[in-house]
Design a protein around this ligand. Structure first.
Ligand SMILES: Nc1ncnc2c1ncn2[C@@H]1O[C@H](COP(=O)(O)OP(=O)(O)OP(=O)(O)O)[C@@H](O)[C@H]1O
Length: 340
């Protein structure tokens, strides 16, 4: 895996960007030591191209001309023109170099950026779920329910962090408890199966809620994930409350499976927009119970910490970590770095 050595470090100032389906967040890193200069979050829908967003949202607001850019995007990076998954923008690193004055552009996966962030999240940027609040320097996992379900591993070996982006949100999910067997027949399948992302994202909240209502023979009251979780947290709606309980149980099961896969003694970190919004539900016993319920490895699971990432701009902080000290990370750059 080619690794950026200090010789190949991107040249400062570096524009860093986290491009989501709805929002794009940018900052500029002037040098290794300065705090990143933050710019207001822009709505992707407000600009027809990413170049316009960078020009108007960043470059027009500062006299600093960044020489390099590191952008995190949702979706595969396998060509010179990269269409984004949930918005109309196409990222064209060559055009950024030819037309916007960048010398060096690196594109990474959005959950890879989250993985870079959890390499060094301070206590105030994470909330422990369960009794363990320390995170040993050891492999970690980040999974994030938001619009979709992102997953990445972060292996620690040879004093280096290796982010492993993947499609772990698309693994199979199956029924386990008696109640699951009542509810799962009411979940829609895609090509015959139910994946993590069908249950553990905003849409997944509603899928679980609808299936519970169908199993109970009641009419669904809510169609927005935030309504389901608000009524579930307040406890004033039986089906919404069970939805949250099952959501955190399924999230705990998958988090535990991923911890086993990566031997993530350094912990599992819940990123994405939803965990912060349902923190009280995650702090109830179900999440941790499902996480640890991995016989014959319950003893091991008991020692693995779990956290909610509370950093408001975690992906940007991950990219900044990398930009400052690339030699600490084994980030694969093949086919993802363009230079003048
Ligand atoms: N209180 C809530 N409870 C459950 N789901 C919610 C809640 N509020 C928002 N959602 C859902 O969370 C999803 C948005 O997640 P998130 O904020 O992580 O966005 P995102 O995927 O990171 O996109 P972007 O990076 O563009 O902001 C939507 O499906 C939304 O319906």
């Amino acid at each position: 895996m080619p690794k950026i050595t200090e010789n190949e470090q991107l040249t400062f100032p570096i524009l860093i960007g986290d491009i989501g389906g709805t929002n794009a967040r940018f900052s500029i890193l002037i040098d290794t030591y300065a705090e990143p200069r933050q710019f207001p979050i822009v709505h992707t829908a407000a600009f027809s191209t990413i170049e316009d967003a960078i020009q108007q949202g960043v470059l027009d607001k500062t006299s600093i001309q960044p020489r390099s850019a590191i952008l995190a995007i949702a979706g595969p990076i396998n060509a010179d023109e990269i269409p984004l998954t949930n918005c109309d923008w196409v990222v064209r690193p060559k055009a950024m170099i030819e037309e916007m004055g960048f010398e060096d552009v690196l594109i990474v996966n959005d959950f890879e950026a989250q993985a870079l962030a959890v390499a060094s999240l301070s206590d105030e940027n994470r909330e422990p779920i369960g009794p363990l609040s320390e995170s040993p320097i050891a492999s970690r996992v980040v999974l994030g329910p938001g619009t979709g379900l992102g997953v990445a591993g972060l292996l620690h070996a040879q004093h280096t962090w290796f982010p492993i982006p993947g499609e772990g949100g698309h693994v199979d999910m199956g029924p386990r408890s008696d109640r699951d067997f009542e509810i799962f027949p009411h979940l829609a399948r895609i090509d015959g199966r139910i994946s993590g992302e069908q249950l553990l994202c905003g849409r997944g909240v509603v899928n679980i809620y609808d299936a519970i209502c169908a199993a109970d023979g009641v009419e669904p009251q809510w169609s927005d994930p935030a309504d389901v979780s608000t009524h579930g947290l307040s406890g004033n709606d039986k089906q919404a409350a069970e939805t949250l309980s099952l959501f955190v149980t399924y999230l705990g099961r998958l988090a535990g499976d991923l911890a086993l896969v990566f031997m993530a003694r350094g912990g599992v970190f819940l990123a994405g927009g939803i965990p912060q919004k349902i923190l009280p539900a995650l702090k109830r016993p179900e999440f941790r119970a499902a996480f640890e319920d991995k016989a014959p490895h319950t003893g091991l699971m008991h020692t693995i910490p779990t956290f909610v990432v509370t950093h408001p701009l975690a992906a940007l902080s991950g990219l900044a970590n990398f930009a400052r000290t690339p030699a600490n990370f084994g980030l694969a750059t093949d086919g993802r770095r363009w230079r003048r």
